[in-house]
Design a protein around this ligand. Structure first.
Ligand SMILES: [Zn+2]
Length: 258
């Protein structure tokens, strides 16, 4: 017996098929299914190695050269994370969201994950609210570059366009979400009348605001998560299970309704 019922799946599919503007919010649960360790909870990197300093961005600004030396030669939990990120491949949950986008149903995916797996799977309309670990961002002009295109001979590397200091695109502790991304997340949430919330309890600001705003305006939330979350009570449909199993079945049922 599946942990979710066919009736629930059908109702959620109906909801998506009727939606005028559906978007998705994804988080760590989707990455865990691709073999990337979570930060917190059982097996979490910080559970094992201790919480990182909460002022990572201020430390970067105080000594960007040293921050880059550490980043280019990761040790301990950062090394474990890099190895997992390098080995990770998209799972059927990522692929299902791409399919939903191709069907014209899903207009945008907002992710809290930095692992590049949504892009690797083919998501075209993607907002990476915590950045992307394969990209480098200029802290002055916010231009983003592929890591391979940057010369690390001198540290910190400089922006080819404005000579500003370059940093990983991944948003550090204490660092503001890049305003260009944040603004687009708010715009998409304002337009949405339906949101799939997959693999995240969406309790961390600012991601928590998006589903709440949609629900307050009368929109529908479809939760896909093995566990109940603080958001569950607000969700029209709650599908209990891993995204890699639930999302493909959901998309199949949406397709049948188009
Ligand atoms: Zn720049």
């Amino acid at each position: 017996m599946e942990p979710w019922s066919c009736d629930e799946l059908d109702a959620a599919a109906e909801c998506l098929a009727r939606a005028r503007y559906a978007i998705a919010l994804t988080g760590a649960g989707l990455s865990v299914e691709s073999g990337i360790p979570p930060f917190r909870g059982p097996g979490g990197l910080w559970t094992k190695h201790g919480e990182p300093p909460l002022d990572g961005y201020q430390r970067f600004l105080a000594d960007p050269r040293r921050a880059w030396e550490e980043r280019l030669n990761p040790a301990g939990p950062m090394r474990e994370l890099w190895e997992a990120l390098t080995a990770a491949r998209p799972n059927p949950g990522h692929a299902a969201l791409v399919e939903l986008e191709d069907l014209g149903i899903l207009k945008c995916t907002i992710t809290q994950n930095v692992d590049n797996l949504h892009r690797a799977a083919g998501s075209a309309r993607l907002l990476e609210i915590h950045g992307n670990a394969t990209l480098i961002r200029c802290i002055e002009c916010v231009a983003r570059y592929a890591r391979e295109s940057i010369d690390f001979a001198e540290l910190p590397p400089r922006c080819p366009s404005c000579l500003g200091i370059l940093k990983s695109d991944t948003v550090s502790f204490g660092e503001p979400i890049p305003p260009d991304v944040l603004e687009r997340c708010f715009e998409e949430s304002e337009r949405a009348d339906c949101m799939i919330v997959a693999g995240t309890s969406a309790t961390v600001y600012p991601a928590a605001q998006f589903p709440m705003a949609i629900q307050e305006r009368g929109g529908d939330l479809v939760e896909v998560n093995p566990y109940e979350s603080e958001l569950t009570a607000l969700c029209r449909h709650a599908l209990r299970g891993p995204a890699g199993e639930v999302l493909p079945q959901l998309v199949e049922r949406v397709r049948a309704r188009l």
